[in-house]
Design a protein. Structure first.
Length: 293
């Protein structure tokens, strides 16, 4: 069979296009890591999110070497946590659910894009190789504030990333001569041990203590300061660990006002008020008696 030269050219071009389409679809499905949203997660009652071990505290967890899990809650009109921070060269699995109505979780510049349905948990796994900042938007109309529903995803260099939580419990007011205690708690949510230095600055004093916090653990320490050395007045204090700080003000007075003194003042005020009422009642009864006569 004799095929014209132009027909041969069109046949070859058609075959090239078909092969090109197949290659493009294959690359988009495999090479870019595009997959269907996982539906293997169990359903969850939206009204019980606060009590759920995964979504009660929206957060990022370190679950393995360069592996993280992010538990995200969408609600009108915000995402929690916000911002979400993960390190470079990491694999992050997002678990996203909604508290109220249907939303979406779409990260601009990535292939993260899913509908978020109350009672359902969407699961997506993504790799981040380069640092950057990505906007998170909701593409499903969810109410009058829909256009303001946005968040941020920060991908930071590995050496700048950690998940340390610092909290300080301290008195606001003490009597001169008492000992001020600053109870410091450091939580390490990474799997690797954290070696750091806790520093307290108050007045002219600076106290330091070396801490080693095991991975996934909590370490506590206490700084004590004699208020006699501080003197009367207000004293600003700061507790710092790496890039985290907690601050407050301690007021030192010559003598604290006791509860008994407060009760006596209240009693005096009440007594004065009662005398006034009795006088008015007596006057009223006398006047009434005169009217009856």
């Amino acid at each position: 069979m004799n095929i014209h030269t132009y027909e041969k050219l069109w046949l070859v071009a058609a075959m090239v296009l078909i092969v090109g389409f197949i290659a493009t679809i294959t690359y988009g499905s495999v090479g870019l890591g595009i997959t269907m949203v996982g539906d293997q997660q169990p359903t969850i009652e939206p009204s019980e999110l606060n009590d759920d071990e995964r979504f009660g505290e929206p957060r990022v967890e370190h679950v393995g070497e360069n592996e993280y899990e992010a538990y995200v809650v969408a609600q009108t009109f915000a995402f929690y946590p916000d911002p979400i921070e993960v390190p470079t060269n990491s694999e992050v699995t997002f678990y996203v659910t909604a508290r109220d109505v249907i939303h979406s979780f779409s990260v601009a510049g990535t292939n993260i894009n899913t509908m978020v349905i109350p009672g359902e948990v969407a699961e997506m796994t993504v790799e981040f190789d380069e640092p950057g900042e990505y906007g998170i938007v909701c593409n499903e109309y969810c109410g009058s504030g829909h256009h303001n529903m946005e968040g941020m995803l920060h991908v930071v260099p590995e050496d700048e990333f950690d998940m340390t939580e610092l909290s300080v419990d301290a008195d606001d007011e003490l009597e001169l001569g008492d000992e001020a205690a600053f109870n410091v708690s450091v939580e390490n949510r990474m799997l690797d041990d954290l070696e750091t230095t806790a520093t307290l600055e108050i007045g002219d004093e600076t106290l330091e203590e070396e801490l080693t916090v095991a991975g996934g653990d909590l370490e506590e320490t206490t700084f004590t300061v004699d208020t006699t050395d501080l003197g009367e007045g207000e004293h600003d204090w700061t507790v710092a660990i790496d890039n985290y700080e907690e601050s407050g003000t301690l007021t030192v007075v010559e003598e604290l006002e006791t509860d008994d003194e407060n009760e006596d003042d209240d009693a005096d005020n009440g007594a004065d008020g009662s005398d006034g009422d009795d006088d008015e009642n007596d006057d009223g009864e006398t006047d009434g008696g005169e009217d009856d006569e």
